[in-house]
Design a protein around this ligand. Sequence first.
Ligand code: SF4
Length: 155
Amino acid sequence: MVKVAHVQLCSCCGCLVSLADTYEKLLDVLNSIELVYCQTLADAREIPECDIALVEGSVCLDDHHSLEVAEEVRKKAKIVVALGACAATGGVTRYCKGNQMSKPVHSSFSPLTEVIKVDLAIPGCPPSPEAIVSVITAALNGDMEYLQPFAEFAE
Ligand code: SF4
């Protein structure tokens, strides 16, 4: 059974909604995966060891907890996936410096890919449910040829 975690950093939850939209298609692979962590579904405190972590949102550089979560997920997950534009390239949070969205709590954001080593990145704001399912299925099947573009995008 492949252990999958969903981890949320500074995000709008849109990626999670897109992930939820995959559920019907994920039925095909549900016998192969176990959702071991999802802050939105349960009051989970510590990220467990897992095979795949889907991480959405940017890292808030002036928030130690955000940085700690990013580092913890790298230690605990065999495959870290930057889910969506915020985690992959910064997305809308690229434009949050100094404006009303970022103040007064956070003033600086960075995409996950610039804070820790990320193995795969799924673009889109939000990423399409089809893309999420395709990447998870390819990872389950070890289809490295299909995953190659997502790995390059993560570099
Ligand atoms: Fe929200 Fe888009 Fe960022 Fe996902 S990529 S957290 S949908 S703003």
